[in-house]
Design a protein around this ligand. Structure first.
Ligand code: AP5
Length: 215
């Protein structure tokens, strides 16, 4: 059983590692950002509400996110573990999440704090492209599609996320520093934090993580 939280600023590579880890360990990748983006695309009430915050680079209100995650973790596919990407993101979310875990009688295996300097994050985010159809993540320089604008996997259209526009990226990084960075201390105090050097290749980060999580 592996119950994992991926922490780290926008562009640290949480989604990239989550895809690799899901393939390695067979546990579901639960990305709150992806869930909101799917809802936004489908114009559900949740998506419309979340979109108002996301497009400005702000966090979606805590109650909305916590309710969503708590419900998702009761699904059958989480019985052997889960990989949370982008949650928790505030102290309020972390405290409520701990209370939920305690009630369910489950603990966290590790909180993986992916660290990379800001000068690397901005080009990673601004160069990111995502397939509209299957969600595969690319980068115009580091991981380009074979044919420009077309997903290698499914042939879908590859686009730039609205919140990856440069002015929004700065807001997201500032929000991270102010509201999410304090979580590293929160998890360090309780002995659950593991720092991952995410400044080199995805393979380098993956190697560090699998050394911690085991085969
Ligand atoms: P979310 O979707 O979670 O975005 P994020 O945390 O800002 O993270 P990113 O998706 O930008 O980055 P990543 O670390 O996954 O990087 P990736 O692997 O793609 O959240 C979006 C919004 O939803 C939030 O702003 C908020 O509004 C809302 N939200 C979500 N959760 C919430 C919560 N809990 N509470 C409140 N609001 C919430 O990599 C980035 C790029 O770099 C890619 O192009 C990739 O190919 C490349 N890359 C990856 N690793 C490397 C590497 N090692 N070297 C070189 N390039 C790399």
């Amino acid at each position: 059983m592996r119950n994992i939280v991926l922490l780290g600023p926008p562009g640290a590579g949480k989604g990239t590692q989550a895809t690799l880890l899901t393939a390695r360990y067979g546990i579901p990748h639960i990305s709150t950002g992806d869930i909101f983006r799917t809802n936004l695309k489908e114009q559900t009430p949740l998506g419309k509400q979340a979109g108002e915050y996301m497009n400005k680079g702000l966090l979606v209100p805590d109650d909305l996110v916590c309710d969503l995650v708590e419900d998702r973790l009761t699904w059958d596919d989480c019985k052997e573990g889960f990989l949370l990407d982008g949650f928790p993101r505030t102290i309020v979310q972390a405290e409520r999440f701990d209370a939920f875990l305690e009630k369910q009688g489950i603990g966290l295996t590790a909180v993986l704090d992916m660290e990379a300097p800001e000068e690397l994050l901005i080009p990673r985010i601004s160069g990111r492209r995502v397939c509209k159809n299957c969600g595969k993540v690319y980068h115009v320089v580091n991981m380009p599609t074979k044919v420009e604008g077309v997903c290698d996997v499914c042939g879908g259209e590859v686009y730039q996320r609205k919140d990856d526009a440069e002015e929004t990226v700065h807001a997201r990084l500032a929000v991270y520093e102010e509201q999410t960075r304090p979580l590293t201390e929160y998890y360090r105090r309780t002995g659950r934090l593991v720092t991952i050097d995410a400044s080199e290749t995805p393979a380098h980060a993956f190697e560090q993580i699998t050394a911690i999580l085991g085969e």
